[in-house]
Design a protein around this ligand. Structure first.
Ligand SMILES: Cc1ncc(COP(=O)(O)O)c(C=O)c1O
Length: 389
C-alpha cells in the first residue's frame, strides 16, 4: 500500500540527506576480508573494570530511571574530573547534564537555543551530525570552509567574516573529526576573542580531548570569560572506548543547561543507569587505560601517515583524534571513486571526504582505530592500488 497522505514525511526530515558514512558502509556489509579504516570508533574493548561496574549495576538491581540530569555521584565525579584535568569549575547541581552521548547533547543544545532562521557557524569539514541538528532545530547552518586554510583550522578572521546579526552560535570541534586538527592555547584565545567581541555562543565539542598527541589539550571554557559563553560537550565514547554505552555530558550556563534538561526530560527522560554506573568507574579509575590506548593510537598514527605520504597521498600529521584526512588528488580520482575502487579492488574501506562537507571530494578519511598489523596491511594494499608496488 502506498498511502501518500498518512505516510507523508515532514519536509524538514524528507530533505535531509542520509549520513554519507552509513551510505558508504552499506557497501562494506557482507564483504569478507575487509580491512576497515572506516567507522570512527575505538577497536579496543571497553576496559574490564568499567564493564564490571556495569555488570555490578545489573546484578545489584540498578535498573531504574535516574533523575533527569543524571546520577548525583556521576555529576559530582564529572565536576571533580573537570576541575582536576581541565581546570574548569562547574556546579554539578545545575551546570551539568548527562546525555545519551554527545549526539544527544548536540541535538539538545540546538533545540534549546535556536529560533527559526537563527544562524550557526559550522566549520567544514565537520562531523556529520552538526548540520542536520541545526536544520532539525529550525536554524540555518552557515558553512565556514576550511578546505584551503592551513591544517583545515578555523581562524578568528574566518569566523568573523561570517558573523551577522542572526549568528547565534559557532560550533568548534577539536581534536577534529575528520581532520585530526587541534588548537594550541594561543589559537584558542584568538578564537575566543571573536566570540566575546561579537557576543555569540560557542558550542565546543571536545569528545576527542584525551586523544591529543602533540599538544596539551586546553578546554575552551577554561579560558578567561569563556565559561559563560560556552556549551562544553564531552563523553565516554572515544577516550574510554565506550561507544555502545551511549553516554555523554553537556556543561554550561545554568539557563541553557536547564532548557536542555527540559527537552531531555520529555524526549529521553534520562541516560541509562547502567552506563552511568560504568562512567563513574571510568572517571574514578579509567585514566591509566585511556593513556595506554592513546599511546597505541599514536604509534598507529605515525605508521599510517608515513605510509600515506609514501603513496603520494598528501596528509597532515593529525594532532589528535584517530583520523587521517588524506588528499587523493595525485591519483586523478575523486574521494568517492577512490574509496569505491579501493574497496572493490583491495578490500580496504575508507570514507569519501564528501561525507564531511561539499568541498571534500578530493579527500578520504581513514580511521587508525585499527591494529598495527591491519594498518600495515592496509598501507601495502593502498600502495598496490595507487601503483607504487
Ligand atoms: C566529533 C564528534 N562528536 C560527537 C560524536 C558522537 O559521539 P557520541 O558517541 O558521544 O554520541 C562523534 C562520533 O563519532 C564525533 O566524532
Amino acid at each position: 500500500m502506498n498511502n501518500k497522505k498518512i505516510h507523508k514525511i515532514s519536509t524538514l526530515v524528507d530533505e535531509l540527506p542520509p549520513s554519507g558514512i552509513r551510505a558508504f558502509f552499506d557497501l562494506v556489509l557482507g564483504m569478507d576480508d575487509v580491512i576497515s579504516l572506516g567507522v570512527g570508533e575505538p577497536d579496543f574493548a571497553t576496559p574490564r573494570h568499567i564493564c564490571k561496574a556495569a555488570v555490578f549495576a545489573l546484578e545489584n538491581g540498578y535498573t531504574s530511571y535516574t533523575s533527569n540530569r543524571g546520577l548525583k555521584e556521576l555529576l559530582e565525579q564529572i565536576a571533580v574530573y573537570l576541575i582536576k584535568e581541565r581546570k574548569i569549575k562547574y556546579n554539578p547541581k545545575n551546570e551539568i547534564l548527562i546525555t545519551v552521548g554527545v549526539s544527544e547533547a548536540m541535538d539538545l543544545v540546538m533545540r534549546a537555543i535556536l529560533d527559526a532562521g537563527d544562524e550557526v557557524i559550522i566549520p567544514e569539514p565537520c562531523y556529520v551530525s552538526y548540520i542536520p541538528t541545526v536544520k532539525l532545530a529550525g536554524g540555518t547552518p552557515v558553512i565556514l570552509e576550511t578546505w584551503e586554510l592551513p591544517g583545515f583550522k578555523v581562524t578568528a578572521e574566518s569566523i568573523e567574516k561570517l558573523i551577522t546579526p542572526k549568528t547565534r552560535a559557532i560550533v568548534l570541534n577539536y581534536p577534529s573529526n575528520p581532520t585530526g586538527a587541534s588548537y594550541n592555547k594561543k589559537e584558542l584565545e584568538s578564537i575566543a576573542e571573536v566570540i566575546k567581541k561579537n557576543d555569540v555562543l560557542l558550542i565546543s565539542d571536545e569528545i576527542y580531548d584525551h586523544l591529543s598527541y602533540d599538544l596539551e589539550h586546553v578546554a575552551m571554557p577554561s579560558l578567561a570569560e569563556m565559561k559563560e559563553r560556552t556549551i562544553y560537550l564531552n563523553g565516554f565514547s572515544k577516550g574510554y572506548a565506550m561507544t555502545g554505552f551511549r553516554l555523554g555530558y553537556a556543561c554550561g550556563p545554568e539557563k541553557i543547561i536547564s532548557a536542555m534538561t527540559k527537552i531531555h526530560q520529555y524526549t529521553m527522560l534520562c541516560a541509562p543507569i547502567i552506563s552511568q554506573m560504568a562512567a563513574i568507574e571510568a572517571l574514578k579509575n579509567g585514566l591509566p587505560e585511556v593513556k595506554k590506548m592513546t599511546r597505541e593510537y599514536n604509534r598507529r598514527r605515525k605508521l599510517l601517515i608515513a605510509g600515506l605520504n609514501d603513496c603520494g597521498l598528501k596528509c597532515n600529521l593529525p594532532e589528535g583524534a584517530f583520523y587521517a584526512f588524506a588528499s587523493v588528488e595525485t591519483t586523478g580520482m575523486n574521494g568517492m571513486e577512490f574509496a569505491t575502487k579501493l574497496l572493490q579492488q583491495e578490500n580496504v574501506a575508507v570514507v569519501p571526504g564528501e561525507a564531511f562537507g561539499a568541498g571534500g571530494d578530493k579527500f578520504v578519511r581513514m580511521a587508525y582505530a585499527a591494529s598495527l598489523s591491519d594498518i600495515e596491511e592496509a598501507v601495502r594494499r593502498i600502495k598496490r592500488f595507487v601503483g607504487i608496488s
